[in-house]
Design a protein around this ligand. Structure first.
Ligand SMILES: NC(=O)c1ccc[n+]([C@@H]2O[C@H](COP(=O)([O-])OP(=O)(O)OC[C@H]3O[C@@H](n4cnc5c(N)ncnc54)[C@H](OP(=O)(O)O)[C@@H]3O)[C@@H](O)[C@H]2O)c1
Length: 310
């Protein structure tokens, strides 16, 4: 089969070449990959990958062979999936706990943009407990994860305060369910039950300062690439600041994502934003050019014709 593998010195650090067929473990299904949408984590991980590794976390496709342990989707089912590597190829092995059956009418491109961002947002939101009637801050609300978090928090009954540096995106965030939209955290005047932060740096410091007693910040992303410096007093507790916390998680080691991915894929009104579709042969040059996107996500459609599926 054909697939992209890491090749130091090549365009985008990748080369499209003939690869061995995946050898699924007993808990893994063999999947024909139809589409994938690189995530920031995919791109950041490229430099650290050993030469010859096949990157790619998530995507959409068809089960060619179900997991040998008898769990998960059957052969022929349309699925969306998530696994730590191997996705930028015509076929891949993926754990059944990270593979969900997709609605029959959902386009491959829509399914491909859901697994990492939408399940990250859902897991983050669940860590805040019940948000019904509570204030939830989403920092980096225009990001793929952030726009999902805004929508899921709003449909969970939260009053969503969205932070997005691009003012032109504020009205769209209100349409997704945000009650307040701010360019920076500095103008948020009331404290919040919880926060989901995709940006890090000063944003994380400021989000923590906005927590009510008992509140939690989920430090989910670090898009700013900046240090977090907490000034003296940030962790001094009094009745108005006690029991606040910052926590994080790594989606790739979260168990049992299949039911959540299936739930999210079946939400017809979950807005996934603009999708720009490209042939997968353009992946390396796209990465070489800095992974540009107008807005929304870039989805690569996999051409199966060069090497027929099993
Ligand atoms: N912990 C996990 O398991 C997990 C899972 C998924 C994602 N993540 C992380 O979560 C983060 C977001 O992922 P994503 O896919 O949603 O990213 P994305 O769609 O690429 O969006 C990145 C966002 O960061 C904003 N941004 C970048 N630099 C900034 C800065 N200096 N100041 C303020 N905003 C800045 C961008 O704003 P503009 O739109 O204005 O440019 C955009 O909203 C990433 O760090 C990713 O690695 C972690």
């Amino acid at each position: 089969m054909l697939g992209w593998s890491t090749a130091p010195g090549a365009s985008g650090g990748l080369s499209l070449r003939e690869l061995p067929e995946p050898a699924p473990l007993p808990h893994e299904a063999l999947v024909r990959v139809e589409a994938f949408a690189p995530n920031p984590g995919d791109l950041e991980g490229l430099a650290a990958s050993p030469a010859g590794a096949v990157p790619g976390w998530d995507g959409s496709g068809v089960v060619l062979a179900p997991a040998a342990d008898g769990h998960g989707p059957e052969a022929g089912e349309r699925v969306l999936f998530l696994g730590l590597a191997g996705g930028w190829a015509q076929r891949r092995a993926v754990p059944h706990t990270m593979t969900a059956t997709a609605p029959a009418d959902a386009p491959w491109e829509r399914l491909a943009v859901l697994p990492v961002p939408a399940t990250s947002a859902l897991r983050a939101l669940r860590r805040l407990g019940s948000v019904l009637g509570r204030r939830v801050l989403v920092v980096g609300a225009t990001s793929a994860v952030g726009s999902m978090a805004v929508q899921l928090a709003a449909r969970s009954g939260a009053r969503v305060i969205a932070i997005a540096r691009d003012h032109a995106q504020h009205e769209a965030l209100r349409q997704l369910g945000a009650s307040e939209v701010h360019t920076t955290l500095a103008t948020v005047t009331s404290r919040v039950h919880g926060a989901i932060d995709m940006i890090g740096g000063e944003h994380l410091v400021d989000a923590y300062a906005l927590l009510q007693p008992g509140g939690t910040v989920i430090a989910l992303g670090h898009a700013a690439g900046a240090d977090e410096i907490f000034r003296y007093g940030a962790f001094v507790a009094d009745p108005t600041t006690a029991d606040r916390s910052i926590t994080s998680f790594f989606l790739g080691s979260e168990p049992d994502l299949d039911s959540e991915m299936g739930y999210l894929a079946a939400l017809p009104d979950l807005e996934v934003g603009e999708i720009e579709v490209r042939p997968w042969t353009e992946l390396a040059t796209w990465i070489d050019a800095g992974a540009p996107r107008r807005s929304g996500r870039v989805v690569f459609r996999v051409d199966q014709s060069a090497s027929p599926p099993l």
